[in-house]
Design a binder for this molecule. Structure first.
Ligand code: PGA
Length: 249
């Protein structure tokens, strides 16, 4: 049986005191319901937040990882560095990375591989833009995003990964996908993986992301192929984030 997972993506928000206050609030208010929970924090705070969360079940994650092992790549953070801070997860292919920093499908696949090479679970983000949805390209786009990773890393790698379906038009816009819209794509992803490996598909945690809030999380997480969420804006409020966590089935 798949465990539910709720991951906060803090993005580039706040300063040091905001980060420590938020982590402390989440740690204090956390009540374990059997689902998994993680926060992907700005990398400059890994050390401090890691120490603060030590001994709790709240896992630490990164918002990105370099596509190379090491070397002259100014500004990048390697998977080995993430490992130094006990990062459990690394988000790869977030739509903001794909659109603002030109992370291509192939680059995302290399980041995914780097993450796995250090035993860090990649959270592979996929999702279509509004334009692509309106021109009926949703499944083609999802196929391309997944195929690049399957081609490089193999289907068996998905046993140690998480997928997040995040329709770009729903991220930070307040426009959440309907439960049925999200379920349709989640089922599509699971069926696609099942054609390659039924066991891996069955165990795959597929998260929904895009304007998840305490008010819509329960209905989304109740859908059969939605195994939790990747939460942006609402993860910056400790109470809202914990309420979303408690919406897991
Ligand atoms: P949002 O962001 O919850 O603010 O829409 C989701 C994400 O970017 O992962």
């Amino acid at each position: 049986m798949r465990k539910a997972l709720v991951v906060g993506n803090w993005k580039m928000n706040g300063v040091r005191s905001d980060a420590t206050d938020l982590a402390a609030a989440i740690k204090t208010g956390f009540e374990d319901n059997g689902a998994e929970i993680a926060v992907c924090v700005p990398s400059v705070y890994f050390s401090e937040i890691g120490s603060l969360l030590a001994g709790s079940s709240i896992l630490l994650g990164s918002q990105n990882v370099a596509e190379h092992d090491s070397g002259a790549y100014t500004g990048e953070i390697s998977a080995k560095m993430l490992n130094d801070f006990n990062c459990h997860f690394a988000i790869v292919g977030h739509s903001e990375r794909r659109s603002y920093y030109n992370d291509s499908n192939e680059s995302v696949a290399r980041r995914y591989n780097q993450s796995l090479s250090q035993g860090i679970t990649p959270i592979l983000c996929v999702g279509e833009t509004l334009e692509q949805r309106e021109s009926n390209e949703t499944f083609t786009v999802i196929d391309q995003q997944l195929d690049a990773v399957i081609d490089l890393a193999g289907i068996e790698s998905f046993a140690k990964a998480v997928i997040a379906y995040e329709p770009v038009w729903a991220i930070g816009t307040g426009k959440v996908a309907t439960d049925d819209q999200a379920q349709e794509v989640h089922a599509y992803i699971r069926n696609k993986l099942a054609q390659l490996d039924a066991g891996i598909a069955e165990n795959m945690q597929i998260l929904y992301g895009g304007s998840v809030k305490p008010g819509n999380a329960t209905a989304l997480f109740a859908m059969p192929d939605i195994d939790g969420g990747l939460i942006g804006g609402a993860s910056l409020d400790g109470d809202a984030f914990l309420s979303i966590y408690q919406s897991t089935k």
